[in-house]
Design a protein around this ligand. Sequence first.
Ligand code: SF4
Length: 721
Amino acid sequence: MNSSTNIRTHYRACNLCEAICGLEITVNEDNEILTIKGDEKDPFSRGHICPKAVGLKDIYLDKNRLKQPVRRTESGWETISWNEAFDEVASKLKSIQAQHGKDAVGVYQGNPSVHNSGTLLSAPAFLRVLGTKNRFSATSADQLPHHFVSSLMFGHPLLLPVPDIDRTDFMLIMGGNPLASNGSMMTVPDVANRLKAIQKRGGKFVVIDPRKTETAKIADQHIFIKPATDVYLLLAILNEILTLTPSPSPTERGATHSDELSPLSRRGVGGEVVSQLKSAIKSYTPEAVASITGIPSETIKNLANDILTAKSAVVYGRMGVSVQAFGGVCQWLINCINIFTGNMDAEGGAMFSQPAFDLWGRAKKGENYFNRYQSAVRKLPEFDGELPVSAMGEDILAGGIKALFTVCGNPVLSTSNGTQLDTALEGLDFMVSVDIFINETTRHANIILPPTTGLEIAHYDLAFHNLGIRNTAKYSVPLFEKDNNQRHDWEIFEEIKNRLTSEEGAEIPTPKNPEEKLAMAMQFGPYGKDGLTLQKLKDNPHGEDLGALRPCLKEKLLTDNQEINIIPDLLLNDLERVNLNFQKLLKDSENTKFDLQLIGRRHLRSNNSWMHNTERLVKGRDRCTLMIHPETAANRGIVNLEKVQIESRVGKVEIAVEITDEIMPDVVSIPHGFGHARKGVQLDVAVAHAGVSLNDLTDDLLIDELTGNSAFSGVPVRILR
Ligand code: SF4
């Protein structure tokens, strides 16, 4: 931290979303925040920030924010001491597990958990002690297909390819809206300028989406696609590519990266693998899928040709592609297209980052991460120690989960069939939440343990440097010291873990700061030999640039034979399910009362289900609207801003319509994260801008049956008038 006169300037990373933007914050002698701006000297974000960054000040000052533990009583919430809270939590968890077994305590970890290095470094030991198989997280309501496919093809769930956006000549974005998300499963601050830079250097980018998103509006081309049919578009593109290049080989794309892809070469890309794949997908021609996807065959052929002929190209599929019935197959096909066009692990294609804190460095080769146990009711498969979150509500209602521990998450608003989960939480014997707010989920908790947050914590982004489109490293010290009465996340996890493991009456050990683990990991990580240490990062709060991505997959592969598994059996076999669905869509004979398809959307000013309690981010026109195409509205006699009821299999909400040709006919869209008008929520600003919850309509029974990921895209709904 610099200081001049009475004004201090503090540099740090914003940990609200994946972009890890550098911030420059000025504070006066009374510790009042004067300004929050982008840090021009941050080598990654280059001065970029989004409107949410200023929200960090609002969170810090939020009068609804908890700073001390609270306990729910019949007459309301009462403040209790940390000691009392820790004792009660540990004793209740112990007694429930003693009576009903380890799995009787469930855990839900929300998205902010991965934006907090203290949580990432200390929660695993706590979870090991808890020892429950009933672990859930936001992963299976979002990006599980990415991890699933990476584990099968590359040998580790975190070996995730990211678009080399700074060097690509052609980028196909499917189901993603980076201008609103600021990059997702790709850490890419200042994404708008990076996309425009593709165009400036003579390349182009194309967006495929049922909605003309903010990103689509600046793209070279936007193509509407019927919701949840991306798998057929991808099959047709891959089929076309394999047909146009009968023996595609990485070497055809130039010698630069052929050596790096030797695992592929050894398998003989042009031989057995291609024939097997070709034969499995040959019926999905551009002509065959045109009516299903709503995309003319010529357009599909042009896309395949664009990918093939660009000097470098990358296909990137995000949320809309993952959260559908074939999310796993979609992510596999995307990897296949990038591989067979020579763009995997190649400059300008899909590459792998090399973070200073190597998350997979000590992982075992050939590890199985899938289906080692199943959920209680529907027998949905586990992945990497977690069960699909779609099963959480029904498994609580079935009685197997008696207590729940939630960490920085709001699954009542962010997981499918939130109403069912809301009911399930009411019936728990005990619930504890690590959270700073009494929100739609934590209002059910018996005890809430509020950690420090944002400007009060030290931060190194363990998760998102792993998805960086450039290798960088940055460490932030806290801007404000916590009060004596506050606790960091890592202190909370350590305290409860220590109480769970200590003998009755024994002295509870003092929590250990996980910073030591970070320092060790840096020292022995990929850049340690070049002198990168935690101290060096502390001395340079703008962050270190570690260079552009470089081909490195060969050395990272963790499959048992250290080759890319291009056609994993699980994915190949899932094509049967894809085909059955295709036949069903072709017949189009299903007589359903639900004649519209619902999709979600994300706003730049929202952060999933939170950040609505900051006035500056929610003020202005109502953003929680039902987007509907003029034709679809006219057919039903609906006028702009009229309130309608919309119904799905699981629920009904009332919402104002926004008539716009930015959405396809027969598709409607509601933004996710709203729905704050539930009894007992203590979020004054958010409740005033409550909106409705998309997830009171999404259906917990709609999932990708292979991976277990929730299928939010294309939920059947109808409008009631
Ligand atoms: S884009 Fe994300 S990281 Fe950057 S300022 Fe906004 S919220 Fe923070």
